[in-house]
Design a protein around this ligand. Structure first.
Ligand code: KIV
Length: 279
């Protein structure tokens, strides 16, 4: 993706946020975020699983289509879910093709360091590939949990080599997740392509957060790498509680929310949404 490469050359940090539906994707896009990622983290934040391993290619396509309809400006990347690319480079190409053709993705993201052949195969079809190394959530069982990776010199060196090999294979960008900040800075400085960090310190060329974490929508989850830019769990719970109270006390709907047989001059949702009865 030439745009992200230019950001790195110009020293302009890249902002990436996940989105999984049209409503939030529109807000992210309007806010001026550079990259929207339909992450397979949707397995956790949308589907309620403890990991991402149950997410299928069809799930990703469904959410990608929802997001695609709302994103007009930002670069749209969609995750390749577990077992949609591990079998062979040919399988990976077919899966990536579906995310582009059916999901409306502009690029795909896949996890793992030893993926040069797979990246080459997808890129050869004209599909931009973002790679993801370090704490790769699809390998949670191999890691024995969500743990910071590459903490000793051997694993750090392996990560450096993987990063170079993925760049050489044609990846246009690299997510670095859950690794020491000094290592992430070294890797970022050694590459021409931009790195995007999550739990990898400020030395990356950009940063990504899962939307629900950034917005404080899950108040039971506060890992160190997350900065909350809002405390929406509290706000949303409060709104629902007030709604329920209003109904029980017959304060909603009030007259201004009701219809009294005026002539139907416009559709009901004209000033706002667009759903609900049309007369
Ligand atoms: O699935 C996801 O949301 C991700 C980001 C956290 C990088 O891969």
């Amino acid at each position: 993706m030439p745009l992200l490469g230019r950001f790195k050359r110009q020293g302009q940090p890249i902002a990436m946020v996940t989105a999984y539906d049209a409503t939030f994707a529109r807000l992210v896009d309007e806010a001026g975020v550079d990259v929207v990622l339909v992450g397979d983290s949707l397995g956790m934040v949308m589907q309620g699983h403890p990991h991402t391993l149950e997410v299928t290619l069809d799930h990703m396509i469904y959410h990608a289509r929802c997001v695609r309809r709302a994103v007009q400006r930002a670069h749209l990347v969609v995750d390749m879910p577990f077992m949609s690319y591990q079998v062979s480079p040919e399988q990976a190409l077919v899966s990536a093709g579906r995310l582009i053709q059916e999901g409306g993705a502009e690029a795909v993201k896949l996890e793992g360091g030893a993926r040069a052949e797979t990246v080459r195969r997808i890129v050869s079809a004209g599909i931009p590939v973002m790679c993801h190394i370090g704490l790769t959530p699809q390998s949670v069982h191999e890691f024995g949990g969500f743990r910071v990776q590459a903490r000793d010199e051997d694993t750090a060196e392996k990560l450096r080599q993987d990063a170079l090999a993925l760049q050489e294979a044609g990846a246009y960008s690299l997510v670095l997740e859950g690794i020491p900040a000094a290592l992430a800075r070294q890797v970022s400085e050694s590459l021409v392509i931009p790195t995007i960090g999550i739990g990898a310190g400020v030395g990356c060329d950009g940063q990504v957060l899962v939307m629900q974490d950034l917005l404080g929508l899950n108040d039971q989850f506060r890992p160190r790498f997350v900065k909350r830019y809002a405390e929406l769990a509290e706000v949303v719970r409060g709104a629902f509680a007030e709604f329920a109270r209003d109904i029980r006390e017959r304060r909603f709907p009030a007259d201004e929310h009701s219809f009294f047989g005026e002539p139907a001059t416009r559709a009901i949702g004209e000033s706002g949404g667009g759903y609900g009865p049309s007369t």
